[in-house]
Design a protein around this ligand. Structure first.
Ligand code: ZN
Length: 190
């Protein structure tokens, strides 16, 4: 998806570019010097597993306080259930409660947005992209997350890194498939 956005979307013309997905999982793709960064061990761009709270919840990866452990769809739902005492809630119910102004539910989204913002700031401080595309089904709740993402992002960016804009792109699911085709095209025409 990062390659597709780099070739055809918001990344056109950029040498340093990143794409972040939020939702069920949280991750990123990074372009440096016009090339997608794959990493020596196939692990690069695991922004969801940047630890942003050493005292935070345990993550499925085995460590604690990862962005994903605080801000994935499941993490938010767990948090809302715990803080409201409503174990019957599904994610839509949690969203509804937060939009109605329930403080506990709203707070879970606020913490999630903050964690995402700090995570993106760490990525931007390391890589220095021209812009970051934020996408994924998590954008459906951007009304609850957005202000906390942008506040934490601005607060944690190092100096000029903060000039890098966050561009929201509600991309449809087909883009994942189209992106696989782009990788194929790249292999044929390097
Ligand atoms: Zn993790």
């Amino acid at each position: 998806m990062t390659v597709t956005e780099h070739w055809f979307g918001e990344g056109i013309g950029t040498e340093y570019f990143a794409l972040v997905t939020i939702g069920a999982g949280i991750g990123s793709g990074i372009v440096i010097n016009d090339q997608l960064v794959a990493g020596a061990y196939g692990v690069a761009g695991e922004m969801g597993h940047i630890s942003v709270d050493p005292a935070g919840p345990r993550c499925h990866c085995g460590t604690v306080g990862c962005v994903e452990a605080i801000a994935s769809t499941k993490a938010i739902l767990d948090s809302v259930r715990r803080d409201t005492g409503r174990s019957d809630l599904d994610f839509d119910g949690a969203v509804r409660l937060a939009r109605e102004g329930d403080r506990a539910a709203w707070g879970a989204f606020a913490r999630a947005g903050h964690a995402i913002g700090v995570g993106i700031a760490n990525l931007v401080n390391l890589v220095g992209p021209e812009r970051v595309v934020v996408t994924g089904e998590g954008l459906d709740t951007y009304d609850l997350l957005g202000v906390h993402i942008t506040e934490a992002y601005a607060a944690h960016c190092f100096k000029a890194a903060a000039r890098c804009p966050l561009v929201l792109r509600p991309l449809p699911w087909e883009v994942w498939a189209r992106s696989a085709a782009v990788i194929g095209i790249q292999a044929l025409f390097p």
